[in-house]
Design a protein around this ligand. Sequence first.
Ligand code: FE2
Length: 249
Amino acid sequence: MFPVFSLFRKKTTPVDGTFSMLATDMHSHLVPGIDDGAKDLQNSLDLIKRLSQLGFKRIITTPHVRPEYFPNTRETILSGFETLKAALSANRSEIELGVAAEYFVDFEFMEYLEKEKLLTFSGGKVLIETSTIAAPPNFQDIIFQLRLSGYQPVLAHPERYLHMDLKTFQKLKELGCQFQVNLMSLAGHYGSKVKKHADLLIQNQLVDYFGTDCHNTQHTQVLAEIANDAKLVRKILDCQPQNSDLGLT
Ligand SMILES: [Fe+2]
């Protein structure tokens, strides 16, 4: 007989322990030895294997570009990427790997933008980040200028910027900035305030993409826990993220 209590049971989301519903990750640090992500080629290959086991079919990896800490250039990034791609194909990996960058936006970024051609993905998208302490006073002008220059800015982990409130997020959206929330923020990996800020973005339907921001093996373990958490998976699906539409170039 059909048990009565099952009629009142809460609808649960089936989980398979993966992020296959996202298909594409567009934020990670997997080029070996050029930022605070993968330490060497073996570490890169191991992290990519783990991300692939987590259901990602396509990965656009995004090394830091931040002059005083990670003075990467197009050349350092592209040459490291080529080495990694060659190793992947020697290992017969089926993952589709692309590369862009995560640009740190400070007051001087406007000058950088005038001089440099930025590394993009999926038709001109540029991943940017800023300080968790304060955004530069010209941050909105920079977003505007990026758009004028033909780029589509995607702000990495807006939830980590506790100095930004809902009004600021909405203003950035109006200026044409897209938002990528870190999956690990949903589980409180960066603290409860960041988790709450992620919920604010979610509740206001401001999330365009989720990203792993994977730097190391510990991150892949946190990600695996999230992929197995039905409540968090439901939360991700409810945002209708556009990850699967993203192309490598
Ligand atoms: Fe990052």
